[in-house]
Design a protein around this ligand. Sequence first.
Ligand code: NAD
Length: 505
Amino acid sequence: MNQPVSSSTPTSQAEWQALTERLSLEGRAYLNGAYQWAAKGETFLSVSPIDGRELAAIASCDQSDADQAVMAARNAFEAGIWSQLAPAKRKAVLLRFVDLIEANGDELALLETLDMGKPISHARNVDVPATARAIRWTAEAIDKVYGELAPTPHNQIGMISREPMGVVAAIVPWNFPMIMAAWKIAPALATGNSVILKPSEKSPLSAIRLAALAEEAGVPSGVFNVLPGYGHTVGKALALHMDVDCLVFTGSTNVAKQLMIYAGQSNMKRVWLEAGGKSPNIVFADAPDLKKAAAEAASAIAFNQGEVCTAGSRLLVENSIRAEFVGLIREALKTWRPGHPLDPATTCGAIVDQGQLDRIIDYIGIGQSEGACLVEGGQRIMEDTGGLFVQPTVFDGVNNQMRIASEEIFGPVLSVIGFDTADEAIRIANDSIYGLAAAVWTSNINTAHKVAKALRAGSVWINHYDGGDMTAPFGGFKQSGNGRDKSVHAFDKYTELKATWLVLE
Ligand code: NAD
């Protein structure tokens, strides 16, 4: 039995650091009910962006490991040890899994922070509870969904039912490693599939740890497998595999497009994609509370170091209040100063790796050369710590054609764009290849509805930013993806619809 590494949650940086020293980090793949190194023995190093410290050697899986995992997953599926269990029994196991996630919350939060640099207070108070909530909500829902009976003539019966896909491969990113994984594995497992989870090579530790907790909860061998490794090796092998039935993905739009090609080149597996965003946050002069709007606009770009698919990275502000509002944003950003991620007071942590930091710094340079006005931040800081930190950055006077307004940066860089009318705001907001999320701030109910209806985005928030819970589907329009995570709509991705027709004698 896995004992939690802490008996009470640390309350200071020193205590979190002490807990770090006590951790024993697992870097092996979890395949068919056992931890094992990659078949070819390849490894890569997990390095913390907090201070450059080497955390662990991680199994670098490839095609041969993918083949083994798919075979184990297929055998488990065919054996029916999970796929044919009553939904209420799968629910009970998943609820035990959630209990174990909560009992081991300090350790899981720490793995997340060490691996990808987010503040420990967010990892502990946002990522762990949101992961638990996603799995619990989904597990509790699974024995409450019904099939349908078709409206048939009296001598016929038409049953419409949902059946699990079979083998599901889930490829996830590094920004919310556990939450993104939970949004996939919870509905995939709840509906009876066998799952192979491929975490990002930048943040594999929590996924590897989850495997042991799933096993302890009673998920049978072969039903849940974790294959760490690179996208172009094990990720591609899974995406091209002839015996993977369904591929679910969260990550960049470029990789999402590649996965559609792989599916077409192989077995036409179902492909469901949650991809990038460049979300507009629209503030009208009659917003009910400009200070609150500014505080949430600051959080929308600085939370998780701006490494958020729904980051409110395009702030559209009515020109009559733009100068005042930019002042309020700069004030609000003072509560988002980067600090040591293990300090519980820190709100803005380290950037995931050198490549991502370079990308953010490059975009700040691009914004300046495009003629946008840098009004806040713009610098790499705390270099002496050996960590990767950048100031939350604001550009004013941006136009929507500039690269900083049209391309996803995935860092704390905000573009402020002025507008004069609702129609102009809608046109600018929708002038993007993305359509993940959007927000509108106004006291006028007509403006709120008119704009919300016109926005081409999967989630629209009115007078707040980033609302919603497990009851609402989440996903994108346009090149932000297809299909939806969360809510009962997520079950559609993991099941095939079957019509069984009976003609009575
Ligand atoms: P990424 O696309 O680089 O990588 C995502 C995953 O895909 C990783 O596990 C990676 O190893 C794998 N991968 C890369 N190349 C692959 C290939 N050729 N074949 C198979 N797998 C491959 O994205 P990232 O940098 O990890 O994450 C950032 C991106 O994720 C951003 O674009 C962000 O908007 C997006 N994101 C979207 C959502 C959403 O719900 N829409 C949520 C979080 C992040």
